[in-house]
Design a protein around this ligand. Structure first.
Ligand code: SAH
Length: 230
């Protein structure tokens, strides 16, 4: 079987840092043994517990949209197999990743460590981000959310970027890029139609403070959602 990543080619992925990372991270070590034959097909694969490792193209597209470099501090929500985190760590200086399922978090942490990727993983609710290490230059969410979690935007540095799929499961999901621009404030751009597993909400305190409620309303407006609680 093929044990080295191919030289991927996608017309809209041109960042050399991203292409180099995609060409070095051994994806076959992040998928179950029985899936290894397909590790370098450009498709998502099941990783157990009804979760999936994303399609390489989507990993590359999202990573490019983060605009990261050697000095970047990056947060991932949805560690899963750890593959996306390894791609991030190949490019960025510091990477933290939050995973909701303890089993996946510990498997991914062990795998990343043994492969030499400098990523800190914790089990937790990604809706709340990881405030202890904020602010982040880039935040990537690898599960689909019904709306942008306000805590993630609060943890974004000035000039920081958030890349997140929004929408109902398997239907009408859109990948968004939100930038916290120093002069103009939050700017949103649609990147692609996508399909992700859902971001599960583990706690009720999504928008605990009044400031967060105001931000939540602004974020819903930014991506064209109705202002209410829906
Ligand atoms: N980035 C992963 C793929 C992630 S699949 C990879 O490269 O393999 C989405 C992951 O998000 C799943 O592992 C799922 O358990 C996790 N997840 C779902 N809801 C979450 C939440 N609220 N907080 C943290 N992780 C969550």
């Amino acid at each position: 079987m093929n044990r080295t990543p191919p030289k991927w080619y996608w017309p809209d992925v041109t960042d050399p840092l991203v292409l180099d990372a995609m060409a070095t991270v051994p994806r076959h070590l992040f998928v179950p043994r029985e899936m290894q034959e397909q590790a370098y097909d450009d498709i998502p694969l099941p990783i157990g517990l009804r979760q999936t490792i994303s399609q390489p193209y989507i990993v590359a597209l999202m990573t490019q949209a983060l605009g990261i470099g050697a000095g970047s501090r990056v947060l991932e929500v949805g560690t899963g197999s750890g593959y996306q985190a390894a791609v991030l760590a190949t490019i960025a200086g510091r990477v933290w990743s939050v995973e909701g399922l303890a089993d996946l978090a510990s498997t991914a942490q062990g795998r990343l460590r043994s492969l030499g990727y400098d990523v800190e993983v914790k089990t937790g609710d990604g809706w709340l981000g990881w405030p202890e290490h904020a602010p982040y230059d880039a935040i990537i969410v690898t599960a689909a959310a019904p709306e942008i979690p306000p805590a993630l935007v609060q943890q974004l540095a000035e000039g920081g970027r958030l890349v997140i799929p929004l929408g109902v499961v398997n239907w009408d999901q859109v990948l968004w890029r939100i930038e916290n621009e120093p002069d103009r404030g939050l700017q949103a751009r649609r990147l692609a139609d996508v399909r992700f597993v859902p971001l599960v909400r583990h706690s009720a305190e999504g928008a605990a403070t009044e400031e967060m409620q105001v931000l939540r309303t602004e974020l819903r407006r930014l991506v064209g959602l109705p202002a209410g609680n829906g």
